[in-house]
Design a protein around this ligand. Sequence first.
Ligand code: SF4
Length: 357
Amino acid sequence: MTEPAAESASKKTMLKGMNHYELKSWFREQGEAAFRGDQVFNWMYNHRVLEFDQMVNLPKSLRHTLEETAQMQTLTEHHSIISPESATKKFLFKTNEGNIIESVIIPEEKRVTLCVSTQVGCPLDCKFCATGLMGYKKNLTAGEIFDQYLLAQKGYDREISNIVYMGMGEPLLNYKNTIKSLEIFGSELTTGISLRKITVSTSGIPAKIRELADTGMKVKLAFSLHSCFEGMRSKIMPINDKYSLHENLDALDYYAEKTNTRITYEYVMLKGINDRKEDLHALIKLSKKIPSKVNLIPFNSLAHMSPEGLSAELEPTSDKDIQIFAEKLRDNYITVMLRNTQGKDIAAACGQLAVKF
Ligand code: SF4
């Protein structure tokens, strides 16, 4: 079923964000042949053009009509900054209504990863996260999620190879648009980035984790674990009061089995909170329950947000203690990755995204 097309303030129909089926239906409704939807899909998402006039296999009259009645740009680049240390690049994009969101390109030797946002701000208030301190403004459309990729790619000289839905917001609280953007990425006509190179990160909405598994898209799933104890997890991630770790583990088990993928447990290392002996033992036990790996993340300062309460008290586990923690996990045959803090110098590292420079 075709959803009503998004209307912009100028009453032009927003085409960016429509999936293949929706575009074909829209052209049919306009009295045009459905294959025009294929062509525009290809131009918009694959060739990444920003003007209808560049769609040279459309008749001139149709290009003119599209200029009058439709639009396809959801974001403009507001500002960008590149780290002299690591070539990590942070973009601030402005939505058509004037909201600012952030995306970050993280280059490594063999791959270039783009971290995209799915919401303006975030309602979940995780205590270690700058975005949570901003509060929540709105869900991004599928077009706004996808345009972060198009604009970031235009502004970077290496090809983006991987995408992580780990920027501002909780993707599974914006489920419909997250799925639509994944459908666009996953289309054969689109970017050449296969769904296997896309990771969706969630703080844990069990029903949506199961729904995502049932789509058959087989994207990788990262789960923000951060503590294996319900009480402590609730303290640092209040969403745990609503959706417990226990319920989430059931849903993650379902996801891993249904998609035949390994879950990544994200674990921000916080001194005295989740780096104690009992935390290590609980993490070892938990990691053996479901096919998984653990991503240890150094805690990045929130000082640029002037936090209060628990957020102000959080301290990072030292690099040395993180190494020891990782070694002990490995001794127990657990796959461990240590995330570097690339982008810290430009407030673009994990948990620091909050529209500030
Ligand atoms: S960690 Fe993710 S879910 Fe939690 S507040 Fe930050 S953006 Fe939201």
